[in-house]
Design a protein. Structure first.
Length: 603
């Protein structure tokens, strides 16, 4: 079978230029190849590249589901080396990218994986950008991160050009165009040690502050996160993971790219999400056709995706239905994971019924820590409503939300018989380093330990810890023992989780208040069967805004959505809007959003 190798072009331009920044494309060629180390720089001696050396170079690393093109681990190593060399040549001085932020816009593809690993190989900090974000949001991220380089694939070259036209705080490094060809073949690649690796990844997350914060995750933390998941979820070279997730989030990058690569698994991209395409892909190994693809053994998604899959299932042709049910059965789909939002019990039960016994595994994680708590592989360790136990290498504790004291294990029930709720606090090698350029937020997010150990990270998530009789016996591993964690919600009501995305209510309020029609705004999250939560807003209009809507009518929800279209990503725009004469506030001028939701929306 022909293999596909990279013919990459990277272009780095100065700001305010209308020309695209970078292009990367891959061309199919003949037999698989290995590396001419004489012509290529070496890879850093860090865990991700150590693992690549142990994989069969002819085994499949990445597949494009739509085109069925596949790329081996041999292809991947070669293309990462070439992309690394090209990036460093364009930087002008080898090694000078160490610790710098390298931003990139790329579709879910082999291109993305090569770009991500090439940045790691340059000891730089990878900054994945969401192509769905408006230019203004991307510009803010690039400026806040002080990115030195911006890369783009051809698909998003126009958007990259728009970012540059809008202007950045400083010039990118160079303006160079060069086409790379793959060299001759030899068998091995030398690993070079960095004395103190300074690379890693930075992701932006919407917190309780007015602007998203850059979460700096060092390479060591990424390796620890992947190692923890490999122990708990047992990735292997036999796994084929169907990747349906966006790639500017921790679960899309660590759970579904880095961890599989560490294990030598295959990653198959099928994005953007389309229910019929997903069902047909799950069904295809079990249909009477030639050139059957490998079966999917690993699926990780958010509750919204599972809901949409199940709602569309009855409309599938009978032969696809039958084959798809075989595809998601426990005998074929080894592991199905749900995360990023609470999993409704009806969704979990319906999926188990449809799949003939496959139970969705829930976990808890966040940008700052990767995955921290998870249910186990044993179906008995997937208890309804629970996210399980701290993962290998992760320490967790509960701090009582009323008394601010640690809740010791075995003392989860107070004297009145009430189950005590506490904030989840975490520590370990998987924890992020800092909020980039924000010492105050970093300091406020950690609390000193009283045992001389590393500080604890305050997650802001409230949970209970309860013993479940049939679970926690160690059948999923020694880490999965004892009482389980049950998430109760955020300490802050200003974080809304909708369809697996996190939305900062304060960010949306800021944009709403910038509109001339709006005098006051309070953004809240409402329960949603489809999305987990949906964004809603209560507003007070300015006196002169009554007839400023379309066609002279009263300003309303459609006007609001049109005004925000170019300011916010689609999932952040409120789905419901209520107009009041005034928004109730307390003596301190603050809005009680929990009371507001009940008063205005009745939930």
């Amino acid at each position: 079978m022909a293999s596909c190798i990279q013919a990459s072009r990277l272009r780095l331009l100065r700001p305010r230029s209308p020309i695209p920044i970078a292009h990367a494309r891959y061309q199919c060629r003949g037999p698989a190849f290995s590396i001419h180390s004489r012509l290529l720089s070496t890879l850093p001696d860090i865990p991700i590249f150590q693992s690549l050396q142990t994989h069969d170079p002819s085994s499949v690393a990445v597949v494009h589901s739509a085109s069925t093109r596949s790329f081996t681990y041999g292809n991947l190593i070669a293309d990462v080396l070439r992309a690394k060399d090209d990036l460093e040549r364009k930087a002008g001085k080898k090694g000078k990218l160490a610790g710098e932020r390298v931003a990139f816009l790329a579709e879910n593809s082999y291109d993305y994986v090569v770009t991500l690993l090439a940045i790691f190989a340059s000891d730089a900090i990878a900054l994945p950008l969401s192509p769905s974000f408006p230019v203004s949001e991307l510009q803010y991220i690039l400026d806040n991160a002080q990115a030195k380089v911006l890369l783009s694939t051809e698909k998003y070259a126009d958007k990259a050009g728009q970012i540059l036209e809008a202007g950045l705080y400083q010039e990118p490094l160079f303006d160079v165009l060069r086409k790379i060809e793959v060299g001759a073949a030899t068998e091995s690649v030398q690993l070079d040690s960095f004395k103190q690796p300074s690379g890693g990844m930075m992701l932006y997350t919407s917190g309780t502050t007015n602007r998203p914060k850059g979460v700096l995750i060092p390479e060591s933390a990424l390796a620890a996160q992947a190692s923890s998941l490999l122990q708990a979820w047992k990735y292997s070279p036999d796994d084929r993971l169907l990747h349906l997730l966006p790639l500017h989030h921790i679960h899309g990058v660590v759970n579904a790219i880095l961890a599989p690569i560490f294990a030598g698994s295959s990653i198959e991209f099928l994005y953007p999400f389309n229910t019929e395409q997903v069902w047909r892909r799950l069904a295809s190994p079990f249909l009477p056709e030639n050139n059957k693809p490998s079966k999917i053994t690993f699926l990780t998604a958010v509750p919204t995706i599972y809901n949409r899959l199940m709602s569309s299932f009855p409309s599938l042709p009978p032969d696809i239905q039958s084959a798809a049910q075989r595809g998601i059965s426990p005998e074929n789909l080894r592991l199905n994971i749900s995360g990023s939002a609470a999993l409704p019990t009806p969704t979990k039960e319906q999926w188990t019924s449809l799949s003939g016994g496959n139970v969705l595994l829930e976990r808890f994680g966040m940008t700052e820590v990767g995955m921290a708590i998870s249910c186990g592989l044993d179906p008995k360790d997937r208890v309804d409503g629970s996210v399980g136990w701290p993962l290998p290498g992760v320490e967790a504790r509960l701090v009582d939300t009323d008394t601010e004291t640690v809740i010791p294990e075995g003392q989860e029930i107070d004297l009145t018989g009430r189950v005590r709720e506490g904030e989840i606090q975490l520590r370990g090698a998987t924890i992020f380093k800092e909020y980039f350029g924000n010492e105050k937020a970093t300091a406020e997010s950690f609390v000193a330990a009283d045992d001389g150990g590393s500080p604890w990270f305050r997650t802001g998530d409230v949970a209970t810890r309860e013993k479940v009789e049939e679970a926690g016996k160690g059948t999923s591993g020694e880490w999965a023992r004892g009482p389980m964690y049950f998430i109760r919600g955020r300490k802050s009501v200003d974080i809304i989780k909708t369809g697996g995305e996190k939305v900062s209510a304060l960010e949306v309020e800021r944009e709403l208040l910038s509109l001339p029609q709006i005098a006051e705004a309070a953004v809240v999250g409402l329960p949603s069967e489809q999305w987990g939560q949906k964004v809603a807003v209560v507003i007070v209009l300015r006196p002169d805004a009554a007839s400023t809507g379309r066609n002279g009518k009263s300003w309303g929800p459609m006007d609001m959505r049109r005004a925000l279209k170019d300011r916010l990503a689609g999932y952040k725009i409120p789905q419901e809007m209520k107009i009041l004469d005034s928004i109730p506030r307390n003596a301190m001028g603050k809005v009680n959003k929990k009371a507001l939701v009940k008063q205005v929306f009745g939930v």
